[in-house]
Every structure is written in structure tokens, then in C-alpha cells.
Design a binder for this molecule. Structure first.
Ligand SMILES: *Cc1c(COP(=O)(O)O)cnc(C)c1O
Length: 410
């Protein structure tokens, strides 16, 4: 049902050129534009096809294990003594994060378009693992480009990708993180765009990806809204999600956009502080600019190039943001919040200790901000999108921040 309901809704954005207000669009070389037009045409047709919708629905239920639960954090809420905190448990989606929602959609599209190979970049490795999983399911080849720094940091995910049969290409120039991996993956794709398809890992990149990835992630919001109404009998006051590129946030936000009383908060990583290079809070500190084929709000250096960014969570260190987030923020529909490393680590341990749920460091940013909201709004209900589980982060956290484990103020 979910996709059919989604398609009955009249979406105002993006327009036919992929613009959300002035943001988005497609700023790419003509040879790549041809491929994007093919993807857009294929997606537009297939998203209305009964067979495509049926197959995706069946995959979500039987392979991914959807719907994921909605969970009330009784212990945590009582400990904080403020508002009530609820989690949408995307950590329980197969592969442990929300990303499989769009990867299965993209791979299904690839199958229908007759493609043989999936190409992508990955930051924390979550998109790579999700795409490698989708490739295995559909019997497609898979090539994942990943910064060498991230390869070292996210070792278990690299291992997973290899076990799943994907080829992992290390990227060793620049800062050797997500941004360089995107450039490298684009290059590889342009070498064989007929047989391969580029699968972007968030609501970023040229049209139609910001729209298409949002539509594949919309299932999170539709489920959460229904589950919340069923459990509580009313809508949440606040919906909170971390924002890297912005796919998990758009997924949950999209179902609440028409509910004007529901406040939507995107949480960006403040890292170590407000100095350029020490955070990845693109919407909070960025300026309008084009990068990776789309216009949005980005962090720039003195020369106007994408600035170096940092986050404790590899999945959030991207110097731009999905154009729909830039748009929704510009019209005042969403609020942009932040969480720094320290608050995030505190939330990481607090959710682990109080609820027995180890969150991904990315998701822990949303939890940290949700906890702040709960403190400030004692009567409010707060729905947090727990975008992923933290198993991938446990060694990194204990090696680098082991002192947090010894504290007892959770
Ligand atoms: C990749 C990732 C994110 C950030 O990506 P968005 O597109 O902003 O959602 C957040 N949480 C987890 C667990 C991730 O793996």
C-alpha cells in the first residue's frame, strides 16, 4: 500500500527539472546528463508500475524485515524527566541502517533497466554494505569507492562488502574521505554508463536522485506516522533526524510535511567546534553553491571550493546537503539543529545504558538533540529516527573515547 499512497499525494517539489525552489537541479556534463535522463525516465515509468511496486513491497517485508518497530524509550525519558522520547528503529532494518531502503529500490531499478553493475561511493561503509547486499540479492556486480581513511576506520564494513562479493576501490587522494570517493565513483561510472548504474547513497547529486532516494526512503515516514497514531492516538510534537546528505531525515520528514503542528528538526554534526574544518554543519554555516552536480547550501573554503569537513561519524562528513533540506529550511518548514562530538558520545552511551540500544554515531547526533528537546519541552513527544545501529562504531569509540565508558552519569 505504502508506495501507492505515496503516489496519490500531490508533490509540489521538485519540479520537472529537479528544482526544490532554487536548489537541486542537474549541473553535469552532457554525456552524464544523458544517463541521468535515462534513469529519470525509467524511474518515472517504473514508479507507477504494478510489478515494480509489488516486487519492492515484497522485498521490504520478506527480505528487509519491514515494518521496523516504533519504540517508546521509557527508561531514558524517565531519566531525563522531560518529554517522551520515541525511536523509529531503522537500526533493525536488514544490514542495520536505513540505507537498504533506497539501495533495494535503486538495484531493482537497475534490474528493470537491464544494467549489470552497480557503482557507488561510501563514507562510513553503510551505503557500500547496503548496495553490496542489494547487488548480491539481484545477482549484479558491485564496485564501491571508499576513502582510505574511512577504510581504516570502518574495517568491519569493508569486510562485509568483500564477503558480499563487492569490489572495494580505495581512494587515496585529498582527505581520503567521502568527497573524494564521490569523485572517484563518478569517474568510474562515466567509463561504462551503458552497462552500469551509479547509485547515489543519499538525497544528493543531480536530478532525479534527490527525489528518487526520498521516494524510496518515504516508507520510513509512512510507517512511523501510522505507528505513532496507533500507539499514541495523536501525532508527535517533534520529529528529529540526523542530516549528512539527508536521506534518513527526508524519509521520515516526508510523511509529516503536511502536518503543520509537527516540528521537523534536522541535526547536523558540530564536530569539535564552529571553526571551518572542525564540523560538517553545512546548512548551519554554509552558502549557496554547486557541487557534485546539484545546487544547495555548502561549506566552502576561501577559494569557493568544497571545504574540508570533520565529523566523529563518517556518514555525516559531507560538505553539502540534499537540496530539499536547503529548500525546506529556506521556507521555514524545518529547523536545523546541531550536536557536537561530546554530546553525541554522551547520547551514544546513554541510549546504550538506559535502553540496551547501541546507536550508530550518526544516529547518536539525533538522539543527543532529541534529549535536549526533551529537557526543554517536558510535555512534548519526540520521535527520533534511529537511522542505524552502532556495531560498526564500537571498536572506534572504545579505542578513542574509552573514558566515556567509565563515566556513570548516564
Ligand atoms: C549514512 C548514514 C547517515 C547519513 O546519511 P543521510 O543520507 O543523511 O541519512 C545517517 N545514519 C546512518 C546510520 C548512516 O549509515
Amino acid at each position: 500500500m505504502l508506495e501507492e499512497i505515496a503516489h496519490k499525494r500531490t508533490e509540489k517539489v521538485p519540479d520537472s527539472k529537479g528544482f526544490f525552489g532554487s536548489f537541486g537541479g542537474s549541473f553535469i556534463p552532457p554525456e552524464l546528463q544523458k544517463q541521468m535522463d535515462e534513469i529519470n525516465f525509467g524511474y518515472t515509468r517504473l514508479s507507477k508500475s504494478h510489478d515494480f511496486i509489488q516486487e519492492l513491497r515484497s522485498i521490504r517485508k520478506h527480505f528487509q524485515g519491514r515494518p521496523t518497530p516504533l519504540y517508546y524509550c521509557k527508561n531514558l525519558s524517565e531519566k531525563i524527566g522531560g518529554g517522551r522520547i520515541y525511536l523509529k528503529r531503522e537500526d533493525l532494518n536488514h544490514t542495520g541502517a536505513h540505507k537498504l531502503n533506497h539501495c533495494m529500490g535503486e538495484a531493482l531499478l537497475a534490474k528493470y533497466l537491464g544494467k549489470k553493475k552497480l557503482i557507488a561511493e561510501t563514507g562510513a561503509g553503510q551505503h557500500g554494505v547496503a548496495l553490496a547486499t542489494a547487488a548480491a540479492y539481484f545477482g549484479l556486480e558491485c564496485e564501491i569507492h571508499m576513502g582510505a581513511v574511512d577504510i581504516a576506520k570502518e574495517h568491519p564494513n569493508v569486510t562485509r562488502m568483500k564477503i558480499l562479493g563487492a569490489k572495494v576501490v580505495p581512494v587515496t587522494h585529498g582527505l581520503q574521505t567521502l568527497k573524494e570517493a564521490v569523485d572517484s565513483a563518478f569517474e568510474a561510472y562515466l567509463k561504462d554508463p551503458i552497462n552500469s548504474i551509479y547509485c547515489i547513497g543519499s538525497v544528493v547529486g543531480p536530478h532525479p536522485f534527490p527525489k528518487m532516494v526520498r521516494e524510496f526512503q518515504r516508507v520510513v515516514g509512512i510507517e512511523a506516522r501510522e505507528q505513532f497514531l496507533e500507539m499514541i492516538g495523536e501525532l508527535p510534537d517533534h520529529v528529529v533526524a540526523c542530516v549528512g546528505g539527508g536521506s534518513n531525515a527526508m524519509g521520515i520528514f516526508s510523511a509529516f510535511l503536511e502536518d503543520k503542528d509537527v516540528q521537523l528538526h534536522g541535526v547536523e554534526p558540530m564536530g569539535k567546534g564552529a571553526k571551518l574544518g572542525e564540523h560538517a554543519a553545512s546548512l548551519s554555516y554554509g552558502h549557496e553553491g554547486i557541487m557534485h552536480g546539484f545546487n544547495s547550501i555548502m561549506l566552502k573554503d576561501e577559494k569557493g571550493e568544497p571545504a574540508p569537513v570533520y565529523s566523529i561519524a563518517s556518514g555525516l562528513d559531507y560538505p553539502s546537503v540534499g537540496p530539499e533540506h536547503a529548500y525546506l529550511n529556506s521556507i521555514g518548514r524545518t529547523t536545523v539543529g546541531t550536536a557536537g562530538d561530546d554530546e553525541t558520545l554522551h547520547a551514544f552511551f546513554q541510549l546504550s545504558r538506559r535502553e540496551g540500544i547501541i546507536p550508530a554515531l550518526e544516529s547518536a547526533h539525533a538522539v543527543a538533540y532529541g534529549i535536549k528537546l526533551a529537557r526543554e519541552n517536558p510535555n512534548a513527544s519526540i520521535l527520533i529516527n534511529l537511522s542505524g545501529r552502532g556495531d560498526k562504531d564500537i571498536d572506534f569509540v572504545m579505542e578513542k573515547y574509552g573514558e566515556y565508558a567509565d563515566r556513570d552519569d548516564y
